[in-house]
Design a protein. Sequence first.
Length: 374
Amino acid sequence: MRKLLLIAFLLFLAGITFAQPKDILVNWECDMEIEILSGRYNTADTVAARGNFNGWGRHDLVPSVLDPNKYVSEMPDTILQAEVGDTIVAYKFFYTPNTWEGGDDKLYILTQADYDAGSATVSRPFNDGTLSTVTGQDSEVLFQVDVTGAVSAINSLPFPVINTVHMAGGTSPLQWPNLGWPSSEIGLMIELNDAGMDGDKVAGDNIFSTTVTFPAYTTFNVNYKFGINYGDSVNNGGGNDNENAIGANHIINLFSSLYYAETLDTFGIMGEKDFVTDVEPTSDPLPRTYSMDQNYPNPFNPSTMIKFSVPKEEFVTLNVYNSIGQQVATLVSENMSAGTYQVDFNAANLSSGIYFYKITAGSFTETKKMILMK
């Protein structure tokens, strides 16, 4: 008995207690400053918290009387019998008519302070957007997806025919349909084409394309997904959300100075893209010769700029290779008019080391070395 009392006394001195699970009140606070600045959010719309605590229904929030950029809950939700360290909610913020936060579900873990108070406040900016994590101007992205040999993730069979390709996503103007991607919500999707227009480079090559303009104040992380034969129950392979499993998305990361980018996906192969390439024409006079400058800055971390000139219209490729000759990025692969261009290369997902970049334009080719130092 004396030993038990001694142990209890020592635990008391150490501040360790064996707390019992108890009910926790959860309050909500969503900072909408970036969405308001961008014009994406209309104050006549409604902000809500949605998650496993309410079956992914809506808990509508109201403007805070202290800060008009923040939306808060009028009444808390109750999480039953929670302990310190529990993930008490998986959730996302949402605003009408159909804008969800991108990325994975957000999680809140109960702290000791929350437990002691009997309540927790879940407070975040929408999409974690702050002035340091958003684009500074409109940014165009050419999305391309190769559907050669595409297989439905639902029935694991090749599509009998590919008539249409659509995309959805979590960053405006991309939108997510509701669970299961109902055919009635095709209006939320953006259609791609393989007809040699709207950025599509070669008609009929099984690479479907579309250009999406993300407005200023767009958060960097963009999740998206494709669907083949949306609304065509005969040919869609068993459903409209047919590229991969729920929650498996393509991901690109924009950056603050991005003006134009291209990305090329393969249908069904999900995950984060290593690069988004920014190609911007300069105001320099029309060049008389081919050239490619040394990247600047060099060494760099993680971004650098490469400038090149073509004196006439050419098909231009600009690729990046590692020190053993493996191609790690394609920065340019398109017909380009005569002019001088600069390309922002973001190597955030590469390791430190020596890399080489090579341009080919007609019969002109040149290779230079650059150093990534993290």
